[in-house]
Design a protein around this ligand. Structure first.
Ligand code: SF4
Length: 400
């Protein structure tokens, strides 16, 4: 699992700042103050003072690999990365608090799993929330990302917006979507929201008016029965608000994805959820059935939530095939291929963010490992009893 937060020993007197890393010593001088020069420790001796001149910081990675006396480097802002951040590369964006020594990765240029984490606050409290809400003032996050978005590569394929509940930031959420439209016009934007605040038509209209060219709102729905959905999200009236929110997004031409997390409280009615969606929300762009991430509240409520995915294959197959027959775009996220019935393999996607995606040692012998989404880093706490390498010479035409 990649660590996104760490600490540095090299402290200097500067306010918290956000900077983009570059390995180009040819960057024109006027641009350097917005960038930090990233240097591999093994190349340090080749650098002359002109090459490093006027960058915001000098950032050294892989310092653990060589015996070097860093006290000889006299640079105004020097950062020696801890080993867990040696993955940082040119084009990545970091946030540094030099006085406290905190450092965080905000964006990785070569990753397809970048997210804008907007807030820890939420107006639901789902039984299986992997990021349990905290009622704190974290409005500084918006400012951080408003600074970081212009530094991101316009070639970024997709960015997620997540929380907590991003729409709780109301106008600030709209500002972030606007900044993504302006600075990253070719980047798909995928927002995770419980959809409740879109039950206010005016708010859905405000989002639509931004006219982001490639926006999707991913909204969880846990049952076709209001009381079950409300119980799972631990919030009264959530079902009504979410459904009204989805309908308002449709009215304003904002695309919606429905997310159904499958666990002990939801698996019984998968087919009924599928029918409910097909009849009442046939306009949604995508429906995905998701496995549990054993983090946050899921750990605390594990006995109430866990079911071996092998034990709900009948119901999952009924739901997925029903939606597929109705011509709807349906997927399965967060499931290993060896626990899925083969008829479901074409729907399985590699969905786990790269920084928390792992495979078990037995996966090395598996012929479909490159097609399999693998595990969350937290999956070692509870996983299916049916993880078995698939050893087959005969693959389907689509490669699985
Ligand atoms: S053995 Fe590992 S790689 Fe193979 S299908 Fe199972 S989880 Fe995936």
């Amino acid at each position: 699992m990649l660590k996104l937060h760490s600490s540095i020993k090299t402290k200097f007197n500067k306010e918290t700042f956000i900077t983009k890393l570059t390995d180009s010593t040819l960057l024109p001088l006027p641009l350097r103050s917005f960038n930090s020069l990233l240097v591999d420790a093994t190349n340090l001796e080749n650098l002359n003072s002109q090459a490093t001149q006027e960058f915001e910081c000098l950032v050294i990675k892989n310092s653990q690999n060589i015996d070097f006396d860093y006290s000889n480097i006299h640079y105004h802002n020097l950062i020696i990365l801890p080993s867990e951040l040696n993955y940082l590369d040119s084009g990545d964006i970091i946030k540094v608090s030099p006085q406290s020594g905190k450092i965080s990765t905000l964006y990785r240029k070569n990753s397809n799993y970048n997210v804008i984490f907007m807030t820890e606050r939420c107006n639901s409290n789902c039984l299986m929330c992997s990021q349990p809400p905290r009622n704190i003032d974290d409005s500084y996050l918006v400012e951080d990302y408003l600074k970081a978005i212009p530094l991101m590569s316009p070639e970024t394929l997709e960015i997620g917006i997540t929380g907590g509940e991003p729409t709780l930031l109301k106008n600030d959420f709209l500002k972030i979507v606007t900044a993504c439209r302006d600075y990253l016009p070719s980047t798909a934007l995928h927002v995770l929201s419980n959809g409740k605040l879109f039950s206010y038509l005016q708010y859905a209209c405000s989002l639509a008016q931004i006219q982001h060219p490639d926006l999707m709102i991913g909204i969880p729905l846990y049952s076709d029965i209001a009381s079950i959905h409300n119980y799972v999200v631990q919030a009264e009236d959530a079902f009504d608000q979410t459904i009204r929110g989805i309908l308002n997004l449709e009215r304003t031409n904002v695309r919606v994805e429905i997310r159904v997390v499958v666990h002990q409280q939801t698996y019984q009615r998968l087919e009924q959820i599928a029918r409910f969606i097909a009849r009442n929300l046939p306009f949604v762009s995508h429906i995905t059935f998701m496995g549990l991430e054993i983090m946050g509240h899921t750990r605390a409520n594990l006995e109430q939530l866990w079911i071996d995915p092998v034990d709900y294959q009948d119901k999952l197959e009924e739901a997925v095939c029903y939606l597929n027959r109705r011509g709807m775009n349906v997927s399965i996220y967060n499931h290993q291929l060896c626990v899925l019935r083969k008829s479901l393999w074409p729907f399985a996607k590699k969905s786990i963010s790269d920084w928390k995606n792992e495979y078990f040692p037995e996966c090395d012998a598996c012929t479909v490992k490159d097609k399999c989404g693998g595990f969350f880093s937290s999956s070692s706490l509870r996983f299916s009893n049916h993880i078995n390498p698939i050893v087959s010479k005969y693959l389907l035409p689509n490669g699985i």
